[in-house]
Each structure stands twice: as C-alpha cells, then as structure tokens.
Design a protein around this ligand. Structure first.
Ligand SMILES: [Cu+2]
Length: 343
C-alpha cells in the first residue's frame, strides 16, 4: 500500500540541502522546481535523480523542466484565508517540432503547456491574466466557481483580467482558452494543468506532470505531430530519470484535439489509478488508462527493476508521431531502500 512507502530518514533531501544546491522552486539550468510543499514540513521522503542539463529544441520550452515544475503562486493571507496569486501572460512564439518543421504557437508564460498551477483545497486563487497574444483569448478553469469566473468571455489583445475563486474540489483539473474556435486556441497551445491538493497532503512521492497534446500544422483538423510536455519525442531522447522503488506520482492529462480519445500506457509495470485525482484511495490497478479530450488522472507506481521503459498512448500511430517517452530507472547506490509499495 502507498502508505507503507518508506525511505531511511538520514538520506532525505532537506530543504536546507536543496537551498544549498540552488534547487528550490525557480531554480534554473534545467533543474526546475523539484521541491514543493505546503506546510513547512521539514522532511520529505522523495528521492529524485540529478536532472541533466538538457537543451530543448525550442528556445523556450524544456519538457524536462515542465515535468517537475509546480507554480504555487505568490502567497498572501487575507481575512484568514490563504490567497495564491498567479500571473499568466499569453504570448506568441515558435517551436521546432522536428529538424524541419517550425510552428507558430500561442503560449502562456512562454510555455506549452502553460504553468502547472497548484493550490490546496479551500485556498483562494487569483489569476492575473494578461493577453499579449495578438487575438482575443480567455482562461477557463475546470473546478467549481461562480459564472462570472468561468472564463468564456474574450479578453482582447493588450488587455488583462483577474479570475478569482476558491480552489475546490481537490483533484487534477485544467485550464484552457475558451474562445472560438476552441479547437484552434487549444491546439495552438493555450492550456495547462491546475492541481488542487486535498486538505491533508498526499504521501511524499516523486511527482511529475505529463501533458499529452497534438499539433495541427496544416489546419486540416488532424494532428500531424503529438507531444508530451510540448516537444515531440523529447522524452525518448531525454528519458525521465527516476529511482528504482521510488514512488512516482504522475499527473497525466490528455488535451489532444481532433482525436476522440487516447490511452496512456507504461511498459513492464502497472499503476494505481486515482480518477481525475479526486480520490484519496486508488480505484483500480492497470497498465493502460483511456482518456477522452481534457480527461486527466493521477497515477502512482514504482519500478522494481532498473532499465529503460517506454510510456506512450497505445494508439501507436499517435506514439509514432511524437507522443512517446521513456523512464530510465536507476539504482540509488547510496540507499538501502525499504519499500514494499509493490508487494
Ligand atoms: Cu484563445
């Protein structure tokens, strides 16, 4: 069971150690934010391999950095409630889908997908949205909120708005532009994940985000390329390094327009499924989960053996067009790991 996950305390990464290494949220050089917490807990039991400094093909998008990067906002207290202020700016740029194809995108804070926003259930989130992307756009959040915060009204180019609501309920949600044609506004990059954590934090894990998306580069309403975290085939060339027996908590989302549904599959293992991230206990164990457009789940697993293992949708034509990646499971020789997650 998940709660039996255990790692010797003396090998834990303390916040002080991470600070010394410059790896706390906002770190640069391909490291990203590998530390996150809400309550000032002095311990985490998570082991994350050093992250390679990798160069994304794009000047602006590094899928490895997006992988473990969570935006917790600027925290304030107002009337006894925690406020998390986020700033999202829509812009335009280009990405290199392969050596031959460059594609004009709309991005949020210079990323596809946009920042993974994260709050705790009951926090108030305040999203300052600035539109510099040349057309009218908006941000529509999944979750519970009043109609005026539903983000379906256009925010014209050069203007800004504020979306504000209480983060509820806990789960793996998303946000995306809701201006017609929505297919185009999503397929060109205006979306991101919105994670609301339960009131009591989940057990420590190596947490990561994989967003599956498609690119329709010739406007034929079919995707020519697909990607995890923005860049096709990136995690095949740069496998995600994880430790053997480390509990992995994967937040996975399908935002592929034009294809009705895709699956997500990992090799040589099974995962626990927390549907929409809205439960504290898993509902099933499987190795292929199906997601319609905008569906997302929380998956937990640990690899008992070292080596490289693919992950991909089992619509293999989609995998073959860029939505493919690998985990590289490495032994942590410094640890005598006790972990009966897979037992
Ligand atoms: Cu839009």
């Amino acid at each position: 069971m998940v709660n039996n996950f255990f790692t010797p305390r003396d090998k834990l990464w303390s916040r002080r150690q991470l600070l010394r290494l410059g790896l706390v949220a906002g770190g640069v050089g391909g490291v990203g934010s590998i530390w996150h917490m809400f309550n000032g807990n002095s311990q985490t039991m998570v082991r994350i391999p050093p992250i390679e400094k990798t160069e994304g093909k794009s000047k602006t998008i590094n899928p490895s950095q997006i992988l473990r990067n969570f935006d917790y906002g600027q925290i304030k207290q107002e009337n006894g409630q925690t406020i998390r202020e986020f700033q999202l700016t829509a812009g335009t740029s280009t990405i290199q889908l392969n050596s031959a194809v460059e594609y004009n995108i709309w991005d949020l804070n210079s990323r596809i997908p946009g920042p993974t926003l994260r709050a705790k259930q009951g926090d108030r989130v305040r999203i300052l949205f600035l539109n510099k992307a040349g057309h009218s756009h908006s941000l529509h959040f999944h979750g519970i909120h009043p109609a005026e915060m539903d983000g379906v009204r256009p925010v014209t180019n050069g203007s800004a708005t504020i979306y504000e609501f209480d983060a509820e309920p806990y789960g793996v949600h998303l946000y995306h532009c809701h201006i017609a044609p929505v297919t185009r506004h999503i397929a060109k990059g205006l979306y991101g994940m919105f994670i609301v954590d339960p009131p009591n934090p989940r057990p420590p894990a190596d947490e990561m985000v994989l967003v599956m998306a498609g690119y329709d580069v010739n406007d034929d309403r079919k995707n020519e390329y697909y990607a995890f975290n923005g860049i096709p085939d990136y995690f095949t060339k740069h496998p995600i390094r994880i430790y053997q027996n480390q509990l992995i908590r994967l937040y996975v989302m399908n935002i592929i327009e034009f294809d009705p549904a895709v699956t997500f599959h990992i090799h040589a293992n099974f995962f626990h499924v927390y549907r929409s991230g809205m439960t504290l206990a898993p509902s099933e164990k499987t190795d292929v989960i199906t997601m319609g457009v905008a569906e997302r789940h929380m998956l937990e697993f640990a690899f008992p053996y070292t080596g490289k293992y693919m992950f991909h949708p089992h619509q293999d034509v989609i995998a073959e067009h860029g939505c493919m990646g690998e985990f590289e499971v490495i032994a942590d020789s410094t640890m005598n790991t006790v972990n009966n997650y897979n037992s």
